[in-house]
Design a protein. Structure first.
Lengths: 1078, 370
């Protein structure tokens, strides 16, 4: 055991309560150092903000690229001043830094208020008030009612005599029910400051870990001249930071985990790193543009050296190099030239794109949170956006994986009937006193009244409960984390057996003769999703030991030795729970206790050992009967599913429930129709036939249909049902044959041809496995998972988009999701409206950004052919700098925020419109190519238009000539107007804001140009733009030229749009026309 | 209460959970405002580009552009322009000798006379240009080789010109005006003579005023102030290497046209956009009586003082005479482009019209039936 003890020190900690050393005999006092209770959620301090923030920002590849360009500009003699890239970069970095700084300041403030929050600490037998941050591991604290726990505490004693206290963990996991926490019996008498100060004990427990619901530890209590007592500690003893004490006057507890070690702090670390498909396309486009950029620079460098081969071209008499330049080696010169070209063309990858995309996502997500259609009056919550990075992914979903209970259904259980020994009881019928006295009937009802973890609301007194029953008032005063239990207990109440309360570990039941029966609650074998059952061990007043167990039929039946198993049949759409019991002899009970205590005391692998113990205890049952609980479908669930299917999404239901119930729900929610041919891939079938044959059978059925469907008009609709066991067989890699991958493929092939798939009997991890399987299939579809419970978290995290429902089973799903909505029906608006709109918006944003920068930079490339490849910029520095950050930035940002190419009503009414944007259709290569070609065409028009206008002639009425800056300004003016008007042509939704921003930004350009050329700027060393813009505007042909070039540039796009719309209209375009027609 | 403080999400792109923002997510959930903006229901004009709506626009554009184009084309055609190359590349050309025997150090200038005849009389004001080809005024090294503050009359810049002017920054004293542009000032002198039918030569008066932008002459280019005597002002500076005269003696005839505000100099300093360019040399003003044309048809002699070497870089020098309309010099491009675009629009309008009739109906009916 010494060795084992050694091990503990590695991954466990020892806490000395009140910092008292253990008696020398017990163990060695090893002072350990723990962090103080200071919460540090901020990233920066005043001193490290600038370097750390800069470092973090420049780790981003884009920022780093611009920094490189900027440095190159500083070092070599470049065509454009470093300001042109330095200023936008500085702007972007500053804006980001300010935003992050502000957020960090908020965090500092929050940290500060938390860290300075007063805490009552027990020192030398008195209560001392200190700041929360001063708390250390081992300190004993007193917490009063409605106070929040300052750190993770181990409950020592409470003002309640039974050593319990009530806690809500709303701020942790959203569950508003009161949970009961227990003090170890040996410490619960230390109820005053003085007493608690005299407590001499150490606690061994595991090192901090983020799981909120797990804790293992052991407390050693030393008493004078007695052997130390060891007691096991579990999650039920641990009070978590952030939870609030309720209905308990005060408690004493000892700090176990402090500061950043608390479970809450460990839990709020960032989790998901999901990238949207749009972002991937964007990165691919960026790489293309980077290649274009590099090849442009290479081409120009090569041409430059070819062109200036002769000295008279390189250095004509009027344009000599400096001596230093001349002495440079030709390779260095060529390299410098290459870099200079890179600098000249670097604007093709716009620094502002990232900022705009980020702002779009950030600001755009507010529309989701603001949507009143997704607000639920009952719950008082609206949609929540946990990450704004995936807004557009909502418009790309191809597979929807939904949980059943609580997601498709209300999770509002109603007890419908029960069946004891084949007799069916329905609550209303029984009121007439028709109860048949069956063999196990009494026991069955008692079992249901005892075997649960329901709490009774404290406010209700026993008397009032009695009164309620007699008055027939439907008082609902039971609270539980599982709605089934409440439904069952309430159902029992209607059948005459009322559970009153748990007092002094005695459960009190009011039976139908109005007598109170008391059972001593000895052990609770809690429910878990692996076992799918729970048990209690009670001692009746007659001294009999009884083990009651209730659970899913599959988890009970194998353990039943007697009872009429065949009588219990699942009813359609009802959730069935079986109840069984076993009576224990005192010897058996002792043994059971021993097993349980052993497992509970274990410090390592406690979970596993508990499971083993449960497995041993829960056996040899006698079946009592079964209950049926109905779970109603959520409002508009069927309509939502129908819309999603019409929108081209495949809806899969993944549930832990059994096949019959789940299938019933699927029919009710119109996932399966009457015409749907159901293909079963279940354990039952694979027992008859080998998995191999079944799979091939099904695939043949499906494929035959597909070959026929070319001819037939109406194609057969298939629905697949698969259960967890078969699924794991399908997915199991079998070493002996190469068939495993094959099975997988066949399964995918079958499911691909099914309009709906139901997976029942799924373990939480299997849900994630399915999502992963589909994600990795060869089309790489975009998946969405939606669920409400903790068992859906894994699939929510796995899917491309995870949506949590803020349901009854706590907020764990909502917390881990990317978006959270109150009800399943809101998914329709989320995907069909918001997803569609966001996708269209961001697709245009991305394409437009590349387009406008091709238009911007390509003329500059062309100009190199006419200026001896000398890297002479076409545009003035101010224009180069401001093009992306002010002249053309706002209209596209606004477009990407409020564009609505089609009305929200139409989108909702016609789900098929969603197919128009499916599979990233607006960002595929042909579309990208079209935009790029349009950009190149426009650039050529700008440049050569201006070229022919300038060709060796004047276009002023006083005969004076214009120079190269006028040339550039002309091109730039046409450019700014064209790209802005192109966006105006793409805008389908002109609110006053659009008018304001589009015309405003054009006006801003004109005003800026007038001002920029209007005065001699005192601090600039060049005045090249002086009066250039005004002179240009004073010339009639310049105006005519600008109008002409803008017209030519926009013409092809308009023609293309009109032709496509008329000849090959998409559904969206038809709907748009329909809208105006009506 | 504490949850928001933990939204310490990374903002940079690499970190896990870099995603996002705490904004909407951590907002206390209260009922959203029912405002038009927040519910995305702002009243809006919703135009759609269909064949039907675009059609009229195309016809209108066609109908407006074609007349404008015709007008521009006619105007451009009415402009008279005469161009003569006097580089002297051919043995037969009169300036051949001058172009061959060129050296910067020549103190005596080489002159040549080029004969030409105008077939048509040039009415109104005639503008005389010199044109250069294959001359890269837009080369980066060249464009930036100037000091605008020196040219604006700044005294410190006069004494220590900008680094950009290298290698034309200083010889032994600082050069004024510095830089490659100034150094390569076009210095041929052109004179025009009309040969009367009786054989006598009449010099045609060439006016140098008004060839540079007004703002350049009066604001952007300034002589250093302080003294009316430019010789004193420019003391301590040296002339550009290739110049024969210092900057303050550029125009011996007009004292207000010396120094940095010399109009020929200003015209040259506005660097051309393309390697083949022309620059305004002077204006031949119309005769006051208005009875005879400014340049009647007949024989002319162009007297060239040949100073400017272009043969080394394969350049060409031209003299251009041109009249000017409201739309500037002769440039058929704009007129032709307008006519073309106008007709294309018109044709597209017709095509769309037929498409609109054949397919538009079908789509509408399909819409209704669905």
């Amino acid at each position: 055991t010494d060795c084992a003890g050694e091990e503990y020190w590695v991954d466990s900690r020892t806490v000395y309560i009140g910092h008292k050393e253990p008696p020398p005999a017990a163990e060695a006092y090893i002072p350990q150092r723990y962090p103080d209770n200071r919460i540090v959620s901020s990233k920066y301090t005043l001193w490290n903000f600038i370097p750390k923030n800069l470092f973090e920002q420049f780790r981003r590849i884009a920022n780093f690229y611009f920094l490189l360009i900027f440095l190159v500009q500083l070092i070599i003699d470049t065509p454009t001043s470093p300001v042109t890239s330095g200023l936008p970069l500085f702007f972007v970095i500053t804006v980001t830094a300010i935003k992050q700084g502000y957020e960090d300041w908020l965090r500092h403030k929050a940290d500060c208020s938390i860290n300075e929050c007063p805490v009552d600490m027990v020192q030398q037998g008195t209560v001392v008030r200190t700041q929360s941050s001063k708390l250390r591991v081992g300190d004993v604290v007193m917490v009063r009612e409605d106070e929040t726990f300052p750190c993770d505490l181990l409950l020592l004693s409470s003002s309640h005599d039974d050593g319990t206290c009530y806690v809500t963990t709303t701020s942790l996991d959203g569950e508003s029910s009161h949970k009961t926490y227990y003090a170890v019996p040996d410490t619960m008498d230390f109820k005053t400051e003085q007493k608690v100060d005299s407590l001499h004990a150490t606690i061994e427990c595991e090192q901090p870990q983020p799981d909120l619901y797990k804790f293992v530890g052991r407390i050693n209590i030393y008493k004078e001249r007695e052997d130390p007592i060891a007691r096991s500690l579990g999650a039920e003893n641990l009070l978590l930071r952030g939870a609030t004490l309720k209905n308990t006057e005060h408690i004493y507890a000892v700090a176990i985990y402090t500061g950043m070690d608390t479970k809450m702090a460990l839990n709020y670390q960032s989790k998901s790193q999901k990238r949207s498909a749009v972002e991937k396309s964007m990165n691919a486009f960026l790489i293309v543009y980077l290649c274009i950029l590099i090849s442009k620079a290479v081409i120009n460098t090569v041409l430059k050296y070819a062109w200036q081969w002769s000295v008279d071209r390189d250095e004509p008499w009027y344009n000599h190099r400096t001596e230093i330049d001349r002495e440079r080696h030709v390779v260095i010169r060529a390299f410098t030239d290459f870099l200079a070209f890179m600098v000249l063309f670097n604007y093709i990858i716009p620094v502002s794109m990232y900022v705009t995309v980020e702002m779009q996502k950030f600001l755009g997500s507010y529309f989701i949170a603001w949507d009143k259609d997704m607000y639920d009056e009952e719950l008082g919550v609206g949609a929540q956006v946990n990450t704004s990075d995936l807004n557009e992914e909502l418009g790309q979903v191809e597979y929807v994986f939904t949980d059943k209970t609580g997601t498709l259904t209300e999770n509002n259980m109603e007890f419908i009937e029960c069946c004891v020994d084949g007799h069916v009881y329905i609550p209303h019928a029984i009121c007439n006193g028709q109860i048949l006295s069956a063999e196990h009937e009494d026991l069955f009802f008692r079992a249901l009244c005892l075997c649960h973890t329901v709490q009774v609301k404290e406010e209700e007194t026993v008397d009032s409960i009695k009164r309620g029953i007699h008055l027939g008032k439907p008082t609902s005063f039971y609270i539980s984390s599982s709605p089934d239990e409440v439904a069952l207990v309430e159902g029992m109440k209607r059948l005459g057996y009322t559970y009153l309360r748990l007092k002094d570990s005695h459960m009190e039941i009011l039976n139908k003769d109005d007598e109170i029966e008391r059972f001593e609650l000895l052990h609770v074998l809690n429910f878990d999703s692996v076992r799918r059952r729970m048990s209690v061990i009670v001692k009746s007043s007659s001294g009999e030991y009884l083990l009651f167990c209730k659970g899913a039929d599959t988890s009970i039946f194998p353990r039943v030795v007697s009872g009429k198993v065949e009588q219990v049949r699942a009813r359609e759409g009802l959730r069935t729970l079986c109840v069984a019991y076993r009576s224990l002899s005192p010897v058996e009970y002792e043994e059971t206790c021993h097993q349980l205590d052993d497992a509970k005391l274990a410090l390592q692998d406690r979970e596993q050992r508990l499971a083993q113990a449960y497995d041993l205890i829960e056996r040899d049952f006698t079946l009592l009967g079964a209950t049926a609980v109905e779970d109603r479908l959520q409002e508009k669930a069927a309509d939502t599913i129908e819309s999603l299917q019409k929108a081209g999404m495949k809806v899969w239901v993944l549930t832990g429930d059994k096949m019959e119930t789940a299938a019933a729900t699927c029919y009710a929610s119109k996932l399966f129709r009457r015409s749907t041919q159901i293909l079963e891939l279940t354990k039952k079938r694979t027992e008859e036939q080998s998995l191999h044959d079944v799979l091939f059978d099904l695939s043949r059925t499906v494929l035959r249909q597909r070959t026929l469907s070319g001819l037939s008009v109406e194609c057969q609709d298939y629905g697949l049902i698969i259960d967890g066991a078969t699924l794991s067989a399908v997915l199991k890699p079998s070493p002996e044959s190469s068939g495993s991958g094959n099975y997988r493929e066949i399964f995918l092939e079958i499911s691909r041809n099914c309009s709906a798939v139901l997976c029942c009997r799924m373990a939480p991890l299997q849900k994630a496995q399915i999502v992963k399987l589909i994600k990795a299939s060869k089309e790489h579809p975009i998946t969405l998972a939606i669920g409400d419970g903790a068992n859906d978290v894994s699939m929510i995290l796995e899917a491309h988009v995870g949506i949590g429902i803020m349901g009854k089973e706590g907020r764990q799903a909502a917390r881990n999701s990317d978006y959270a909505i109150p009800k399943f029906k809101h998914l329709k608006k989320m995907l069909l409206v918001h997803g569609h709109l966001y996708y269209v918006r961001i697709a245009e944003l991305v394409q437009y950004f590349f387009y406008k920068n091709v238009c911007f930079i390509f003329p500059q490339f062309l100009y190199q052919f006419f200026c001896g490849f000398s890297q002479q910029p076409l545009y003035d520095t101010a224009y180069l700098t401001l093009y992306n950050i002010s002249f053309t930035s706002l209209p596209i940002l606004l477009y990407s925020l409020i564009e609505k190419h089609i009305s929200i009503e139409t989108l909702k009414r016609d789900p098929t419109l969603y197919r128009d944007v499916a599979k990233n259709s607006l960002l595929r290569w042909p579309v990208f190519l079209y935009w790029t070609c349009l950009g190149l065409f426009n650039a050529c028009i700008f440049f050569f238009g201006a070229y022919f206008l300038f060709d060796n002639t004047t276009f002023t009425s006083n005969g004076q000539m214009f120079g190269n800056w006028t040339f550039g300004t002309l091109v730039f003016t046409v450019l700014v107007f064209t790209v802005t008007l192109k966006l105006a042509l793409d805008t389908h939704h002109w609110t006053w804001i659009n008018h304001f921003v589009i015309w405003g930004s054009l006006l801003f350009y004109v005003i800026f140009s007038l001002l920029w050329g209007g005065i001699i700027w005192p601090f600039l060393n060049y005045q090249r733009m002086y009066y250039v813009f005004m002179q240009m505007l004073s010339s009639g042909p310049a105006w005519l030229g600008i109008i002409l070039l803008i017209t030519i540039s926009l013409l092809p796009d308009v023609v293309k749009k009109v032709l496509c719309r008329t000849l090959w209209p998409t559904a969206t375009e038809r709907a748009q026309v329909g809208r105006t027609a009506t | 209460m504490m949850a928001p403080s933990y939204n310490a999400k990374e903002e940079d792109g690499h970190q896990p959970g870099a995603t996002g923002h705490g904004g909407a997510g951590t907002m206390t959930n209260k009922k959203p405002d029912n405002t038009a903006f927040k519910q995305q229901r702002l009243p809006a004009w919703q135009p759609i580009l269909t064949a039907g709506t675009v059609l009229p626009a195309f016809f209108v554009i066609g109908l407006i552009f074609i007349p404008i184009g015709v007008g521009l084309f006619v105007t451009s055609n009415n402009i008279k322009e005469f161009e003569i190359d006097y580089t002297g590349v051919d043995m037969s050309s009169p300036c051949y000798n001058c172009s061959q025997s060129y050296s910067w150090n020549n103190t005596q200038s080489c002159t040549c006379s080029v004969h030409f005849s105008l077939d048509q009389p040039f009415e109104s004001n005639v503008f005389m240009y010199y044109g250069l080809s294959n001359f890269y005024q837009n080369h980066r090294r060249y464009v930036k080789s100037r000091d605008d503050s020196q040219l604006n009359g700044d005294k410190t810049s006069l004494q220590s010109p900008s680094k950009e002017c290298e290698p034309y920054r200083s010889s032994d004293k600082p050069i004024a005006p510095c830089g490659a542009i100034a150094n390569s000032l076009f210095n041929d002198t052109l004179e025009l003579y009309y040969i009367d039918p009786n054989g006598s030569r009449t010099a045609i008066p060439l006016v140098k005023k008004g060839i540079a932008w007004w703002t350049d002459k009066h604001v952007k280019f300034r002589n250093p102030s302080g003294n009316n005597n430019l010789t004193v002002v420019f003391q301590g500076t040296s002339k550009p290497v290739n110049w024969r005269k210092p900057v303050f003696e550029l125009d011996p005839l007009d004292s207000d046209n010396n120094g940095f505000i010399n109009e020929d100099f200003i015209v040259w300093m506005r660097t051309a956009a393309l390697p083949t360019f022309r620059k305004l040399y002077c204006i031949i003003q119309k005769k006051p009586n208005n009875m005879t044309p400014t340049l009647p048809r007949g024989e002319y002699i162009l007297e060239v003082t040949y100073n400017y070497p272009v043969r080394s870089f394969d350049g060409r020098k031209r003299m251009i005479l041109s009249t000017i309309s409201w739309m500037g010099g002769k440039n058929p491009f704009l007129g032709i482009a307008y006519i073309t675009v106008g007709s294309v629009c018109f044709c597209l309008g017709l095509v769309l019209l037929s498409i609109h009739y054949r397919y538009g109906k079908r789509n509408n009916s399909a819409e209704i039936s669905s």
